[in-house]
Design a protein around this ligand. Structure first.
Ligand code: SAH
Ligand code: SF4
Ligand code: F3S
Length: 476
């Protein structure tokens, strides 16, 4: 009988991608994914270290997991517990010390060694359990190396299709060392996959039904992968190549970008390639030049403004999203006002804002003048309210417009389908099931919280949920 694997994923899309690859790697060992943690023979926590809160979750979740393992052991069933991802990389030894019954701790760059580790953990647990008859503490296998070989060279073909929209990691790691950030330490040095490897994976995804691919990397626009005939390709060239090589790939996105790496080529591609979606997540963190310098972002606020200007010239309907850190050490009211001003000037379709979290080992953590929590709270509230207003405004502006929606899956109501607009807005409409994987033109008629509702323009207006929808008009 097959064994059951439960993976809990925290953090960014890179972790989502990695979790899927770990599942692929364990398929040959007989593991299939379960959604029921209590029933799992193996649980992997794929963790995130970016802020203190994210990282603390690992330890509380491990506590729950051990209790659950104990319960399963009462009925003669065992559970392998593994911690992967960025907390594993940063605090692997500490996890082993604090929680002796852990079996496996592995960093983001060694997950291709997981099958070997699982085989060893299984043997160790079986031997020791059999010998003593008592619950056994843990296999204690730790691998947080940054190996010379690339994990991507050791991946089996993806076992389960990802669906209409898929992630594809093309770049990993970071050499930028922003003073607040753990990523350069948890993911290691910047590294790009070769173009041929990426193209092969993209082709497989499209063959399995993907119509949209989001190219992933911690600094995805710093991509410099080896081209098929040698030499180094930039992201724009890769995107053009994928758009050319894969006619069934309707939409391409990429995330996360750094303002320093938005080159002319990439900006031009936004104006020239219909497959490249008019939505860009470009974290700026702050609107204050002084804080940007302290953060070691290596650009000022005007550099960001100029990029946005050029992007909008190339692709007037481009929507923007960003990340903001509120309360970086030394942030004054004037710095905060500069961030508010930048947000007001640009107008974002969506954004994320976080209170600064001091991370162990980062230069900013030991800076004096850490901002008091209450001050951070006030500033965060102001920024979040502003971003929320901009999001609602942006969504409201689509009402009455006809937009191409890539249909992804059935919605909650009978007959309802859900998809995304080019600007990443969730859209629902009454449509036949056969529309999954197709772009359908929808006239947007309503805004509900964060999603939009509408009518397919090629259909008779549907009379209630029971109505039998007519064949829709797909957008050519
Ligand atoms: N590579 C991306 C960001 C990766 S981390 C970039 O360069 O922009 C994702 C986001 O988490 C960051 O954009 C930042 O806004 C936030 N973040 C990172 N470290 C943080 C910290 N110590 N405290 C609060 N937010 C942080
Ligand atoms: Fe972190 Fe800065 Fe690298 Fe982004 S660019 S991952 S924020 S160090
Ligand atoms: Fe978190 Fe690591 Fe991603 S720290 S945000 S999971 S790169």
């Amino acid at each position: 009988m097959g064994k059951k694997l439960f993976i809990k994923t925290y953090g960014c899309q890179m972790n989502v991608y990695d979790s899927a690859r770990m599942a692929d790697l364990l398929t040959p060992l007989g593991y299939g994914i379960t959604e029921d943690q209590a029933d799992a023979d193996m649980v992997i926590l794929n963790t995130c270290h970016i802020r203190e809160k994210a990282s603390e979750k690992t330890f509380s979740e491990l506590g729950r997991l051990r209790a659950q393992r104990h319960e399963r052991q009462q009925s003669g069933r065992d559970t392998i517990i593994a911690v992967a991802g960025c907390v594993a990389q940063a605090e692997g030894a500490e996890i082993m010390r604090r929680i002796p019954d852990i079996d496996i701790v592995l960093g983001p760059q060694t997950y291709h060694r997981l099958p070997e580790m699982v085989a060893r953990a299984t043997r160790a647990r079986e031997e020791k359990l059999g010998r003593s008859g008592k619950p056994f503490r843990g296999a204690n296998l730790l691998d947080t190396e940054f190996p010379a070989e690339s994990k991507f060279d050791h991946l089996p073909e993806a076992a389960a299709p990802q669906g209409v929209t898929a992630f594809l990691a093309i770049q990993e790691g970071c050499d930028k060392f922003c003073t607040f950030c753990v990523v350069p330490y948890t993911r290691g040095a910047e590294f790009s996959r070769p173009v041929q490897q990426i193209t092969a994976e993209a082709r497989r995804l499209v063959d399995q039904g993907a119509r949209e691919i989001t190219l992933l990397g911690q600094n995805v626009n710093a991509f410099h992968g080896e081209g098929p005939a040698g030499g180094s390709w930039n992201l724009a060239r890769l995107v053009r190549h994928l758009a050319d090589a894969l006619p069934d790939l309707r939409r391409i996105r990429y995330t996360t970008s750094h303002p320093r790496d938005m080159d002319d080529d990439l900006i031009r591609a936004h104006g020239e390639l219909p497959q490249l979606m008019p939505f860009l997540h470009l974290p700026v963190q702050s609107g204050s030049d002084r804080i940007l310098a302290e953060m070691n972002r290596q650009h000022d606020a005007d550099h960001f403004r100029r990029i946005i200007e050029r992007l909008r010239k190339a692709r007037p309907d481009i929507a923007l999203s960003s990340d903001f850190i509120i309360g970086f050490p030394g942030e004054t009211d004037a710095d905060h006002r500069a961030t508010v001003k930048l947000i007001e000037e640009i107008g974002f379709a969506q954004s994320f804002s976080f209170k600064y979290s001091a991370r162990p080992g980062t230069p900013a953590a030991v800076l004096e003048r850490q901002v008091p929590e209450s001050v951070m709270d006030g500033r965060l509230q102001e920024i979040q309210a502003l971003l929320e207003r901009q999001l609602t405004e942006f969504n409201r502006a689509t009402i009455g417009r006809r937009v191409p929606v890539l249909i992804e899956k059935p919605g909650r109501h009978p007959g309802q389908m859900i998809g995304k607009s080019p600007w990443l807005q969730p859209v629902h409409a009454l449509l036949p099931a056969g529309t999954i994987g197709r772009e359908v033109e929808i006239e947007i008629t309503e805004l509900k919280h964060y999603s939009l509702g509408g009518q397919p323009t090629g259909l008779q207006p549907a009379a209630g949920f029971a109505a039998e929808p007519q064949p829709e008009r797909a957008i050519a």
